[in-house]
Every structure is written in structure tokens, then in C-alpha cells.
Unconditional design. Structure first.
Length: 340
């Protein structure tokens, strides 16, 4: 078959090429935006192209990707995020910036927007987004790790914090499904060796992680006010805010599973500030010999800095979250468990 002369194709033919490039799943999502007659025409055009070269793929992506970028901006509320992204991308095209953000590097772009943001200091990120709308700030925080997100969040004004928390808690990744499907499929045609995986962490878990990373008193006050504004969201966030004492929420079987994974020394340090009821639950979840050894180690530790205790507790909490994510335990399973 002769090489496709992309420049001389009609608009419909070019779109047909793009739909082939992004793959059937993403194309099916895009078809929902068209009328039946238009879909019929596009399908007929798609049937004309059996082989598409890398050069033609690149041309189709270059032409139609900005439309996806505009759609993403619309999903995010028409916010001026594109301006900030372009500044971070040092002048590269909006389409390239969007792809970098979700993990694809068309035209072998070396700019990785997500990495650039993550490597910036918290105050630098704050200065970049402080004049933006709450939805913009929430969206950017959703792509930072909890510690960095908490650092930026702490610099926001009190009233803005509450709005950002609520927006962050209600970010729904399903609105980005089409974009994700397209860029992931496109990634097969480009060099992704150095590209980060797509990661989007909005919703109650993101807010819980952020609140766990900031001052405890401020965290409690913010959550209380958020519950007044949105009781359902507040309850979901509180459930996700798993603390060390919440080990009591686990079923006996799940607590035993956690105990098998944690370091004995870290557990001893973590238990220095544990309530008596939690200590009892932990001792009951391990063998008598292990429980006796743990008691002895705690007694031998002597005074321990609060920072070290909190670090040890955080390690165990991370183990719990890892086990939950892989499906080994559930944080809901202990809802009816007895708590002293």
C-alpha cells in the first residue's frame, strides 16, 4: 500500500488516523461525542488505512492532541493551569506539557512537568499557585507526595485551606479516563523509558494523606470544619486517616497479618506511646513468646524521643496501607470489632 500523504487528507480522514493511533478503547470513548452518522463516516475512513507509519502517527498526534489538552482544561473548570504549566515547560507546546504531565513524551521531549513540580521546594510551588483558584491548587496538590503537599498546604490562608480540602476530596479521576487511555496507548509509539507512570491521587485518601502530614491540631480543626460543610466527604476522609491507634480497628486476623510484616524493634519503639488497649490487642495478635520478648524490649528502651516514636508508628502505618492496597487486609473489616 502506498505511503499515506497526511497533509492531503481531509479533516475526517486525519481524525480517522488519530482514532486508529489511540487504540480501540480510547476511540470508543471518543465516539460517544459523535452522532451515529459521523461515527459511520469515521469507521468507513478508518477502514481505508491498513498501515500507518510512525511519521504519520506523529503528525496525527501533533494535530489532535491540543484538542485533548483543551478538553482537560475544561474538565478542570477552565482554570489558568495551562499558563503555569507552560511556564514550567519553558515554552514547549501545551500538548507536550499535557502529555508530560500524564507520563508520555511525544517528539522525544525531555521536559517532564510532574518531575519539575515535584523537585521544586514547597514555597516555590506555593508561589507558583497561590493566586490560582482552589480547584487549580487542589489539582496540583493531588499530584504531589503527601509531605510536599502538606508543606504547600500549610502556606495557604485559613479560608483557602478549607476550600482546597473540599475540592481535593471531590476530585474524581473518572473525568480524566479518556485522556489517560489515550496517552497510555500513545506511549507505545514513543520512548517512555524515562517517563513517569500516570498518577492521580485526588479524593478522600489524598485529603487524609495531606492532613496526616500537617500539624495534628490544625488537622483536627480542618477536618471538623470540613465535616460541617460536607458530612459525607468528611466521614470518608476520617475513615482514610488511619493512625497508629487505629490498629484496634483491624480484625484479629488482619492485625496478625500486619504483625508478621513489621520490624520488631520499630514496633517496640512505636508502642512507647500506645494506649493500654492497643498494647493488649497487639500482644494478643502474636505468640506468647513474642509478646514477652516485645514487653522486655519496650522496658529496655528507656526514654525515647517523641519524633522517633512517631517515625516508627508511621512505618507501621505505611505497612498497613501497603497491605490494604494489595488486598491482604481491609480497613473496613474491623468496623464491628470491640474497642476498649
Amino acid at each position: 500500500m502506498a505511503e499515506i500523504d497526511y497533509k492531503n487528507l481531509s479533516r475526517q480522514q486525519k481524525l480517522a488516523v488519530f482514532l486508529i493511533v489511540i487504540g480501540p478503547e480510547a476511540a470508543a470513548e471518543m465516539f460517544r461525542q459523535f452522532e451515529d452518522g459521523e461515527i459511520e463516516v469515521l469507521c468507513r475512513e478508518m477502514g481505508q488505512f491498513n498501515v500507518i507509519s510512525d511519521d504519520v502517527r506523529a503528525l496525527a498526534v501533533e494535530e489532535f492532541l491540543p484538542l485533548i489538552g483543551e478538553g482537560l482544561a475544561s474538565i478542570l473548570g477552565g482554570m489558568p493551569y495551562a499558563k503555569s504549566t507552560l511556564e514550567l515547560a519553558r515554552g514547549e507546546s501545551k500538548a507536550s506539557a499535557i502529555l508530560n504531565r500524564v507520563g508520555v513524551t511525544p517528539a522525544m521531549s525531555s521536559m517532564d512537568v510532574v518531575a519539575d513540580i515535584a523537585e521544586m521546594e514547597g514555597r516555590q510551588i506555593f508561589n507558583l499557585i497561590k493566586q490560582e483558584q482552589p480547584q487549580t491548587i487542589a489539582f496540583i496538590l493531588s499530584y504531589l507526595d503527601p509531605v510536599k503537599s502538606g508543606e504547600v498546604f500549610a502556606l495557604l490562608g485559613p479560608e483557602l485551606r478549607e476550600e482546597v480540602l473540599e475540592r481535593l476530596g471531590t476530585i474524581d479521576s473518572t473525568s480524566l479516563d479518556l485522556v489517560v487511555k489515550i496517552v497510555r496507548n500513545l506511549g507505545r509509539h514513543f520512548d517512555r523509558k524515562n517517563a513517569p507512570a500516570f498518577h492521580h491521587s485526588g479524593g478522600p485518601r489524598a485529603v487524609a494523606d495531606l492532613l496526616n502530614a500537617i500539624d495534628k491540631d490544625a488537622s483536627k480543626a480542618l477536618l471538623a470544619r470540613l465535616e460541617e460543610r460536607n458530612s459525607e466527604l468528611g466521614a470518608a476522609i476520617r475513615h482514610k486517616m488511619f493512625g497508629f491507634e487505629d490498629l484496634k480497628r483491624l480484625t484479629p486476623a488482619d492485625l496478625q497479618r500486619v504483625m508478621r510484616e513489621v520490624d520488631a524493634n520499630s514496633l517496640a519503639i512505636a508502642m512507647k506511646s500506645a494506649s493500654e488497649s492497643l498494647r493488649t490487642r497487639i500482644y494478643e495478635s502474636i505468640s506468647k513468646r513474642a509478646a514477652e520478648a516485645l514487653r522486655e524490649e519496650i522496658a529496655m528502651l528507656g526514654p525515647v524521643r517523641l519524633r522517633d516514636v512517631e517515625t516508627a508508628q508511621d512505618e507501621i502505618i505505611q505497612t498497613v496501607r501497603h497491605l490494604e492496597e494489595e488486598g491482604s487486609i481491609t480497613l473496613d473489616g474491623g468496623a464491628s470489632a470491640m474497642v476498649d
